[in-house]
Design a protein around this ligand. Structure first.
Ligand SMILES: C=C(O[C@@H]1C=C(C(=O)O)C=C[C@H]1O)C(=O)O
Length: 198
């Protein structure tokens, strides 16, 4: 498994992962999260339901530079709820990529993508070698990949600037599918998206 990509601009601990954080609860939709979960910041709906590429939306909000910071990439056994969404057998490994999408040197989104082994054939072989190229550049390029509706995640009991909200959905292309989970850091949620700056 490749370790963290050294990037002096983004001084964040490698352990900064939220997938297993105890305070994380998933809801079937943003509406369900609003009904049953704690009050959500006004900006939550914008980011949790944003259609199209999140990368593109974040790039538009950067003053200087956007960067993908690799936290880890490698073969792992996905979490149980991830295996369930991808219909993977109990012990099957998958290719897992965790990155931070950073604007002007600060992490804005922690993204975790689970690629079943069956997806990594043919042209999708390159998905194991994305490096600092954002996954969105590949998924939104040719309309082959369609996205399922979002689930909304709420992380309670977390420090203000850590990820507090999340979304996840499957991208599908024929029989292939990948699960993309995106965790939004507080600094993205605390600013009105039109006037957002880090
Ligand atoms: C799916 C997209 O790609 C983004 C970039 C990712 C990556 O580079 O690993 C993962 C998920 C997304 O936040 C997107 O831009 O919407």
């Amino acid at each position: 498994m490749r370790s963290r990509d050294s990037d002096p601009d983004v001084p964040v601990p490698v352990s900064d992962r939220v997938t297993a954080r105890p305070g994380l609860r998933w809801y079937p939709s943003v509406a369900a999260a609003r009904l049953a979960g704690p009050p959500l910041p006004r900006e939550a709906t914008f980011w949790l339901t944003l259609e199209g590429s999140l990368t593109r939306a974040l790039r538009q909000r950067c003053r200087e530079r956007f960067a993908v910071h690799i936290i880890t990439e490698g073969f792992q056994t996905p979490a149980r709820d991830e295996r369930r969404r991808l219909d993977l057998p109990e012990r099957q490994v998958a290719w897992v990529r965790e990155v931070q999408l950073c604007g002007d040197g600060r992490p804005w989104v922690l993204a975790r993508t689970v690629f079943p082994l069956s997806t990594l054939n043919g042209p999708e072989r390159r998905l194991r070698h994305l490096g600092r190229q954002p996954l969105g550049a590949f998924l939104f390029r040719d309309g082959r990949w369609q996205r399922d509706p979002f689930e909304a995640g709420v992380i309670q009991g977390t420090p203000r600037h850590d990820p507090r909200l999340a979304r996840r959905s499957c991208f599908r292309a024929g029989e292939e599918r990948i699960l993309v989970s995106e965790f939004f850091y507080g600094r993205l949620l605390d600013h009105h998206h039109e006037r957002f700056n880090p």
